[in-house]
Design a binder for this molecule. Sequence first.
Ligand code: SF4
Ligand code: SF4
Length: 100
Amino acid sequence: MPHVITRHCVGTCDTVCVEACPVECIHGPIPHATLRAVPAAERGVRFPGVQLYIDPDECIDCGACLGQCPVSAIHMDCDVPGELRDDIEVNARFFGRKVR
Ligand code: SF4
Ligand code: SF4
C-alpha cells in the first residue's frame, strides 16, 4: 500500500518530500537540483505541469513524507480522494510499474 503524490504537487514541487524519504523513491522528470535552483515563485511557470511521483515498488510506507508536503499532495493509496484516484496509476506508470 504505497504512498502517492497527487496532481496537487504541480505548481509547488519544492522537493521537501524528497529530503524526508529514507529510500530515495521520490522522483520526477526534472532533476531535483534543477528544481531547487529555481525560486519557488517561478517554478510553476518554468516547469508547467511538473510534479514528483513515488515509486510504488520502492516505497516502504514509512509515512515520513506525508506531513512534510506544504500542499497536502501526498496520500496513502487507500486514502487518495476519489477525484484524484487516477494519480495512483500515474505514479506507477512514471516508473514503469503496475499498480499493486
Ligand atoms: S512513505 Fe516513506 S518510503 Fe514512501 S515515499 Fe514517503 S518517505 Fe518515501
Ligand atoms: S513536498 Fe509536496 S509539493 Fe513538494 S515536491 Fe513533495 S509532493 Fe510536491
